[in-house]
Design a protein around this ligand. Structure first.
Ligand SMILES: [Fe+2]
Length: 407
């Protein structure tokens, strides 16, 4: 839902962004919004609605995301609220919403999913202004409709939802919540965090989802790029092939598709043939197929975010001192808002392009399998993804792969 109907979407905030007290200017900087008029878009997308996960223990994962990621618990459903076979916890930070679900009864399909894939992302839900129009267009464009458009209602109003399939066992639920005021969806009840934040802890550690990356099989990337262009009307934002993203040992290819206003950005990776096993191959093996590799979270103060997460036990990839001491890097990045020593101390990476610069850092995989991880990103004008850091990043990932015996 946009607040000013008829205006280009970038000039209006979404419901979730308003709820999060974000301003348009903040958001423009946080996720790199661009001007866009959606009046002739066959599949207009307002923004990310939620990231849905299946995890092995939703009860404990919900506590970890509250503690380590500083998220707020806002809604819940489970056996106590009439959902017998599963539990789902809804967490928020700014306009970012995560839904963590786990199986309760032994025959829950979520347990089968978890047995096969481990902890992972099952749903990249999108907020759209017109669910039926999107589904009509998706079907006509050859997409698989998993759930036909339908209304779900409770005392807070009505939500229109549908779902289409994307790579692997991942889906895009399409949600129009413009006629709904409840805490999440019908079937959920409001819930409140029971966790006490440490003294002086910032109100939030991140503000929005910046991008969600999908890993697909060798030779399938262009097919999925085409899917997002054809079905969702996304545009190509960037592509990284060949030397851009190869180390001495392993390689991958990546293309980025984005919604018109860039609120939703989906990079897609596939492994490339190289001397050793690519990090994408490792993911595909351990996730047992294509899936979401990482979620980038936008913050306005990455130093505080990293300090807060590290203090709660989140582990980040190590970057060697040589990265920071390299005179070429120092010349390339020029002035950034903090002394480079502050970045070095926290192992935060920096990249600059023609539009500005960005600061970024990557966690280690957060579950038992070497699959899903997070990125934190602080943008200052750059609309990119840190291309200048790919080599350093991939070498750091390879060191981890090697330690796991998977290189
Ligand atoms: Fe990323």
């Amino acid at each position: 839902m946009t607040v000013t109907s008829g205006a280009p979407q970038t000039r209006a905030l979404t419901t979730e962004e308003l709820r999060a007290d974000l301003t348009l200017e903040q958001l423009r900087q946080l996720v790199g919004l661009v001007e866009y008029d959606d009046s002739s878009d066959p599949f207009p997308v307002t923004g990310m609605d939620a990231v849905g996960f299946v995890v092995g223990n939703a009860t404990q994962a919900a506590a970890w995301y509250q503690l380590a990621f500083g998220m707020d618990l806002v809604a819940y459903r489970g056996p106590e609220t009439g959902t017998r076979d599963s539990k789902s916890y809804v967490l928020r930070s700014g306009s970012a919403r995560f839904v963590l679900s786990g199986g309760v009864t032994p025959d829950s399909p979520l347990l089968d999913h978890h047995r096969r894939h481990g902890d992972g992302v099952v749903d990249l839900a999108l907020e759209v202004p017109d669910v039926d129009r999107c589904v009509d267009h998706a079907r006509a464009s050859g997409a698989t409709v998993l759930e036909e458009p339908h209304d779900v209602s409770d005392e807070h109003g009505t939500v229109r939802v549908a779902a289409i399939a994307t790579y692997g066992e991942t889906r895009h639920t399409l949600v129009d919540r413009s006629a709904y005021s409840g805490p999440y969806l019908p079937g959920y009840v409001a819930a409140q965090s029971t966790i006490t934040r440490p003294e002086g802890h910032p109100r939030r550690l991140f503000q929005a989802v910046d991008h969600c990356v999908g890993n697909v099989e060798l030779g399938r990337m262009d097919e999925w790029v085409d899917f997002y262009r054809r079905v969702l009307g996304f545009t190509n934002m960037a592509e990284f092939i060949g030397d851009d993203i190869a180390t001495d040992y392993s390689a991958l290819m990546s293309k980025v598709v984005a919604s018109g206003n860039h609120r939703v950005k989906f990079p897609l990776n596939e492994p490339a043939v190289a001397r050793k096993k690519s990090q994408i191959d490792e993911y595909l093996e351990f996730y047992a197929g294509p899936g979401c590799q990482h979620i980038a979270l936008a913050t306005g103060d990455i130093l505080t975010t990293v300090d807060g997460m590290r203090a709660q036990g989140v582990e980040f990839l190590e970057t060697p001192d040589s990265y920071y001491d390299d005179p070429e890097l120092r010349a390339r990045i020029g002035e950034v808002r903090v002394p480079i020593e502050e970045l070095k101390r926290r192992r935060i990476l920096v990249d600059r392009d023609e539009d500005g610069y960005l600061l970024q850092i990557f966690t280690k995989p957060v579950g038992d399998r070497p699959t899903v991880f997070y990125e934190l990103i602080e943008r200052h004008g750059s609309l990119g993804f840190g291309k200048g850091n790919f080599k350093a990043l991939f070498e750091a990932i390879e060191r981890e792969q090697e330690a796991r015996g998977n290189l």
